[in-house]
Design a protein around this ligand. Sequence first.
Ligand code: FAD
Ligand code: NAP
Length: 337
Amino acid sequence: MTIQEQVSLKNYNTFGIEAKAHYFIEITSEVELIELCQSGFLANKNLLILGGGSNILFTKDFEGIVIKNSIKGISFKKSGQLIRVTSGAGTNWHELVLKSLEYGANGLENLSLIPGTVGASPVQNIGAYGVELKDVFESLKAIKIATGEVATFTKDQCLFDYRSSVFKNDLKGQFIITEVTLNLHNSKETNISYGALKSALNEKKIDNPTSKEISNTVIDIRQSKLPDPSKIGNAGSFYKNPVIDKSDFTILQQKYNGIPGFHQPANKVKIPAAWLIEQTGWKGKKIGNVGVNPTQPLVLVNYGKGTGKEIKDLSIAIQKSVFSKFNITLEAEVNIY
Ligand code: FAD
Ligand code: NAP
């Protein structure tokens, strides 16, 4: 384990923003991480646990310690139709999806091509095309930063919610996830309930898709709609889709004919933030070095030389426009530092 100083984070965040970490430590094993936590070096310093940096916006240098989680390894265990996969937190998420499909372990296909690491996947309960991590989650292992103790979290203990978990709330910054175990299966059961996925499969004339066909279709849709972070800096959806009371949604429906909404439990309705942003005229707008993606306005982009502050200012301007038109507060999904 090497402690580096004044390390550029430009290649460690998918926005491609230049910012420096005062200290930078890459961890490749649980033992190394426990040693670090028990060394006393982390005490009273700002910490940032970094995976693939695909859900992070740096607005300034990080005056603390960045711990890059690079604990790798994937193993499968079969028991009847159940296939349990355990992965190191530093494994690339999409690599896990592809390796699982290759093994014949289904269940992750809808979550294909999400950037980032396995360790970050429970933090915001990643989700796409009608499936969330919690649907396949079994447990995770994490190290308590203050003591170096190893802890196990079950699904219930993670308190998964829409793009959220206990690690974004009560336990924020207290644990480093080192290993995740998921329950996959080798049956033909799939989930193609999500409208855009169903239409794309229909277009391909596939009625009963295999998990591999679903994965390929999700990849096709994503590549046609989302900017590739290796070419245009971005962190995916900048905001969460707001969930509002059904009664407020009914009022908005009277004013804005055709406003989309997806009914949720407890008399709530989820409104696509992309629609709200488009209605306020931001779609495709460019301000200096940054802008709003023209095909999916929920994605803010860095056209190359943008700064974190420019992105943040743009995100605030969009929030203000949406609030003044719809009285809805857009909450950032991206972690801003
Ligand atoms: P980072 O950005 O490195 O970290 C994110 C947060 O998790 C930080 O707070 C960090 O401290 C914490 N963290 C990271 N690793 C650990 C760990 N081991 N232990 C404890 N805390 C940790 N998200 C979706 O949900 N669905 C999508 O469909 C989706 N599509 C995307 C498409 C694009 C093009 C992009 C750029 C992003 C997309 N995202 C999506 C967002 C992002 O990919 C996910 O949030 C992903 O899980 C982040 O992983 P990461 O390793 O890059 O995390
Ligand atoms: P889309 O298909 O254009 O749909 C727009 C929004 O409507 C989505 O955000 C989705 O909410 C919601 N939606 C659509 N059909 C739904 C249904 N049947 N039930 C409930 N909600 C529904 O979205 P998109 O931007 O192309 O993204 C496709 C999927 O990939 C979505 O699930 C999205 O979350 C995910 N994605 C996430 C990120 C990220 O960074 N977080 C980036 C790109 C894509 P949900 O978001 O809740 O699914």
